[in-house]
Design a protein around this ligand. Structure first.
Ligand code: HEM
Length: 359
């Protein structure tokens, strides 16, 4: 291994480790989870209260879904500030961006699966917002598959979450790692021409991988054990909840942007993300030292610091009532004209209820 490879290069590996944790815990959860309006909620109750270590699999899954977003963005920031997205690695930057989209799509589609009031109404709100934007409205109606969030939506989200995204994710990872192998890891900026030293894979790199892997796994397990995701009441399309408790970092960030800066703030921030994504197209100078790239580095700082600030601000807003539009009844009245919902049991985390609902 090249001698310059250090701790900062562990971020991609950490992201990969979290991806594997998500896949393993996701497979375990799918042994018991049932993707239907009547069974989704009780099956989650059953997993967390009855299945041996089911709570651990479930909360490891939820926490990894949060941490992988942080790890992916940190890895992306490392690549961004060191100018590693420049030729010949620009294709790998684009593949990385697609991986980021896959990570976000995993979280978004998984969000509905618990089928509790928080999941149901957050997804209703997001799809409602999307359906008012050009182009996104088409995606919203394909995802919803019905006039309101219903069993059809749950089936679609589940299929995308457990079939489509894993295949796309693994294919992209294969491509990402092949390109990495082809170009090698980039030397530090300004040292491209130096031949450099090398350090042995064993024990140096293996030990570093072992330490980072253990710390990340230890942290994820501790967070899962100490802060399990609460379960709200079972989804009821005819009753708005008093609050929407968020359990995913991207929801926190979006909430903060929309509530503090409005839709325009949210759109501007997304536009900045898109500009950064397209950087390799117009920033092709070989210069990689960050001091010589003030504009690009400034953009990156605004984006990553903005994400961090929005996340911290969003954490203060974690349990908010649904938006004014939904509260004003615009959405609910429309729903009331539709058929009555299928009766689903009330929440209370106990075995008898979960079993009773399954019978
Ligand atoms: C599931 C998501 C991802 C995984 C598992 C992953 C994994 C990795 C790994 C293990 C490496 C080598 C070590 C390192 O540089 O940290 C790497 C390198 C790289 N990644 Fe990612 N990555 C992901 C997402 C991304 C994203 C979002 C981007 C940028 C938009 C990106 C761009 C790159 C580039 C350009 C390299 C080469 C870096 C260099 O040569 O120094 N990756 N990735």
């Amino acid at each position: 291994m090249p001698g310059f490879v250090g701790w900062r290069h562990s971020l991609g590996g950490i992201t990969y480790l979290l991806f594997i944790v998500l896949v393993v815990t996701g497979v375990l959860l799918s042994f018991y989870y049932r993707p239907s309006v009547q069974e989704a909620y009780p099956s989650i109750q059953y997993i967390v209260s009855e299945v041996p270590l089911g709570w651990l699999a479930r909360d490891l899954h939820v926490w990894s879904a949060n941490l992988i977003v942080v790890a992916t963005l940190a890895h992306m920031a490392r690549v961004f500030f060191s100018g590693t997205y420049k030729p010949p690695r620009e294709t790998n930057w684009v593949v990385g961006l697609l991986l980021l989209l896959v990570v976000l799509a995993f979280g978004a589609t998984g969000y509905l699966l618990p089928w509790d009031q928080w999941a149901y109404w957050t997804v209703t709100e997001v799809l409602d917002t999307m359906s008012r934007a050009p182009l996104l409205s088409i995606l919203a109606s394909v995802l919803r598959g019905d006039v309101m969030v219903s069993g059809a939506t749950l089936s679609r989200f589940f299929a995308v979450h457990v079939i489509l995204l894993p295949w796309i994710g693994f294919a992209l990872l294969l491509f990402h790692f092949s390109l990495l192998r082809k170009h090698g890891i980039a030397p530090p900026p300004g040292e491209e021409r130096r031949s450099g030293t090398s350090t042995p894979f064993f024990p140096n790199h293996l030990l570093r991988a072992f330490i980072t892997g253990s710390v990340v796994l230890g942290l994820t397990i501790s967070l899962a054990a100490l802060y399990p995701r609460a379960v709200g009441d079972t989804a009821n399309p005819f009753q708005l909840p008093r609050e929407l408790v968020s359990s995913w970092i991207v929801v926190d960030v979006s909430l903060a942007l929309i509530r503090y800066l409005g839709v325009w703030g949210f759109s501007l921030f997304s536009a900045l993300g898109i500009v950064m994504a397209l950087l390799p197209v117009f920033d092709r100078r070989p210069e990689r030292r960050w001091r010589k790239r003030p504009v690009v580095v400034g953009l990156g700082l605004v984006f990553f610091a903005g994400f961090l600030t929005a996340w911290l601000a969003g954490r203060q807003l974690r349990s908010l009532p649904p938006s004014t539009r939904l509260r004003s009844g615009e959405g609910v009245e429309q729903l009331r004209t539709l058929e009555a919902p299928v009766e689903a049991p009330r929440s209370d985390n106990r075995r008898s209820e979960a079993r009773g609902a399954e019978e």
